[in-house]
Design a binder for this molecule. Structure first.
Ligand code: F6R
Length: 261
């Protein structure tokens, strides 16, 4: 696992967007796995700017959703499908055909989960998966004690996550669904490259446990330690509880440029 400490969220977004641009130059039809929430917005803004300036061509990129609320009406603005279309697919100039995600409104949720896992494999697998981290250490919506081998399935959100996400629902926790579909931890680990961005002091404890603690289902993000190519980008605030911060700074400063992200 590589840990990169950057000054702030904008620098993290720029670094990861450049990594995605390098991937698209190598593989124009790369399948990009995208997270939602506040953290990845600087990545999507920086990537959109690169596309609009002509620094990278994303016309053949494909986008895969990480998770979805269950039970929101189709087209609800806070469904993750609507969010990804608004924040990633449209700004990059892609059409909806370039996008895939689980069906949160399916009558048979389990079948929809299994279908999504199959669709990811049939699409050739995710090339680069962007991840955020919850204050409780979740990735996707794999809450603490999720199996490290889990597949895409329905999960029940913790009260903490519903409180954290109420800001997207007029600060009304009663509007936040209890259930979600999320790629499992086993599914996420199949992506070729995992890139987790964490910003702000509120993420410092979860980051320290994920990076420096034991691999444990209690901290789902610690599963990144099992992946051969995992990059954790943190801003100074989110890095404050890392014991090895100086080591991470030193190794990144001396990293061979040809290695890229
Ligand atoms: C959502 C997702 C979640 C978020 C996490 C952090 O697609 O994957 O794991 O990344 O809840 O959310 P923010 O970035 O809003 O703090």
């Amino acid at each position: 696992m590589e840990v990169v400490i950057v000054q702030d969220a904008a620098a993290g977004g720029e670094l990861i967007a450049e990594g995605i641009a390098a991937l698209l130059r190598r593989k124009p039809d790369a399948l990009l796995g995208v997270a939602t929430g506040s953290t990845p917005l600087p990545i999507y803004d920086a990537l959109t700017a690169k596309v609009r300036s002509g620094a990278v061509d994303a016309a053949r990129a494909r986008i895969a959703q990480l998770d979805e609320y269950v039970g929101l009406p189709v087209g609800h603005p806070e469904s993750y499908r609507s969010t990804v279309l608004r924040q990633v697919v449209e700004p990059l100039g892609l059409d909806a055909g370039a996008f895939m995600g689980p069906d949160g409104s399916a009558e048979d949720v389990q079948a929809a989960c299994e279908a999504y896992d199959r669709a990811l494999v049939e699409a050739g697998g995710v090339d680069l998966q962007i991840l955020g981290i919850g204050t409780d250490g979740h990735i996707g919506f794999n809450e603490p004690c999720s199996s490290l081998a889990s597949r895409t399935r329905i999960k029940t959100l913790t009260e903490q996550t519903r409180v954290d996400n109420a800001r997207f629902f007029e600060d009304d926790i009663d509007q936040v669904p209890h259930h979600v579909i999320t790629q499992g931890i086993g599914t996420i680990l199949e992506a070729r490259h995992l890139v987790l961005l964490a910003t702000g002091e509120g993420k410092a404890e979860a980051v320290a446990q994920a990076v420096e603690g034991p691999v444990a289902a209690l901290v789902p993000a610690s599963a990144l330690q099992l992946h051969p190519h995992a990059t954790v980008v943190v801003d100074e605030a989110a890095a404050t509880k890392l014991k090895l911060a100086d080591y991470f700074r030193h190794t990144y400063a001396h990293k061979p440029a040809w290695q890229g992200l």
